[in-house]
Write a protein that binds this ligand. Structure first.
Ligand code: NAD
Length: 364
């Protein structure tokens, strides 16, 4: 891949390739945008087929973080890092401390965190070499597992979407299909049950289903049946791309609102189809921002209550997205992107002025 003309290099500020020959560490850190603040984004370990694939992935993911944090109203930019290889080869103290040194070399422009295939232990090793790590365990002064916050934000986002689609945000008697009972799904099911919803769950792990069946109003179906059930709301909380050419005609819901990343296989195509059919789609990066909102608390002195109150804003953010989408007759995902870009321009400009010493009011 040519670097500077690669389509994925979409206004990225900086890309850093780091390696440590002794441990075999090969890492890429992408800083997409720091207009609003330090570029926060997790570190993923993945055995990519090629280095080009790794670069593409980290560029795409870091751009996504810029939009997510901007839309959530946080003073954070977007970044991400990937470590190339298998956890069994690279998941050791020496390699992660070497990675910590690379993170530290950016002097805080990039702040790392856990992501796919990285663990609290690995982040503690990184922390031995740099302070620019977020989401550490509470014992180390961090905010810990973000999943309960992501689940709460998803619950709040479901209520907001239901309000727009049905005229009231009561979930009493509404049928919600939850796909995936992992870190986020289990908390979400509990919130939905307490709110009086009927919940249909699925997972590829039967023990997780059995656990959820103990909760009031919960029934279960096999993984592939979830697309066909009679439901008001579909809440994907497992994998990405679950709304695709094969499933979209099977879904009989009025709302799609879940925590999974990249729910629509093709944003343009499937976003338009859903809009034309009157199915309200809560953009994934807006509704699943609870985790990053919680981590953001660490930047200003962590306070759990404050985090929950910030996560509640997801309700209003989705209302703004839906209103914009209706007003301009565009898919909700496009409306979310526009709102995020507007905030980066407006608030990012103020921060730039501050940084360069420009006075906002020249007469003062
Ligand atoms: P997780 O890995 O803990 O749980 C995923 C669950 O989905 C597992 O129980 C797994 O068995 C199940 N699953 C896998 N394939 C399935 C299938 N085909 N059908 C049904 N179930 C299947 O992940 P998580 O932390 O709960 O996150 C869920 C989703 O939300 C992911 O897409 C993740 O990227 C996204 N997300 C999570 C967070 C967070 O704070 N954890 C934040 C933002 C976004």
């Amino acid at each position: 891949m040519g670097f500077f003309n690669a389509p994925e290099l979409n206004h990225h500020e900086q890309v850093l390739f780091g390696q440590d020959e002794e441990t075999g560490l090969k890492a890429i850190i992408a800083v997409h945008n720091t207009s609003l603040g330090p570029a926060l984004g997790g570190c993923r370990v993945w055995n990519y087929e090629s280095e080009d694939d790794a670069l593409r992935d980290v560029l795409r993911l870091s751009e996504g973080m810029t939009y997510k944090s901007a839309l959530a109203g946080l003073n954070l930019g977007g970044g991400k890092s990937v470590i190339l290889g298998r956890v069994r080869d690279i998941g050791n103290e020496a390699a992660f401390r070497a990675f910590g040194r690379i993170v530290d070399s950016l002097g805080g422009r990039y702040v790392t965190a856990e992501d796919v295939n990285t663990t609290p232990q690995m982040m503690e090793w990184v922390h031995e070499e740099t302070n620019y790590v977020a989401g550490l365990s509470p014992e180390l002064g961090g905010s810990g597992d973000p999943s309960p916050f992501t689940a709460w934000g998803t619950f709040v986002g479901i209520k907001s979407s239901v309000n727009r689609a049905f005229g009231s945000d009561s979930l009493e008697g509404k049928t919600i299909a939850v796909q995936g009972l992992g870190h986020v799904g289990i908390y979400l099911v509990e919130h939905l049950s307490k709110a009086g919803a009927k919940i249909i769950v699925t997972d590829i792990k039967q023990d997780r289903i059995n656990e959820m069946l103990k909760i009031k109003n919960v029934t279960a179906v096999a993984p592939d049946e979830i697309y066909d059930v009679e439901m008001d709301i579909f809440a994907p909380c497992a994998l990405g791309s679950v709304v695709n050419d094969k499933t979209i005609d099977r879904l009989k819901c009025q709302v799609i609102a879940g925590a999974a990343n990249n729910i629509l296989a093709d944003y343009d195509k499937h976003g338009k189809i859903l809009m034309e059919r009157g199915v309200l789609y809560a953009p994934d990066y807006a509704i699943n921002a609870g985790g990053v909102i919680n981590v953001y608390g660490e930047f200003e002195g962590y306070n759990e209550k404050r985090s929950y109150s910030r996560v509640n804003h997801i309700y209003e953010i989705l209302q703004q997205i839906f209103t914009r989408s209706e007003a301009e007759n565009i898919p909700t995902m496009d409306a979310a992107d526009i709102l995020a870009e507007e905030r980066i321009r407006k608030i990012g400009r103020l921060k730039q002025m501050h940084r360069s010493g420009t006075r906002l009011f020249s007469k003062i």
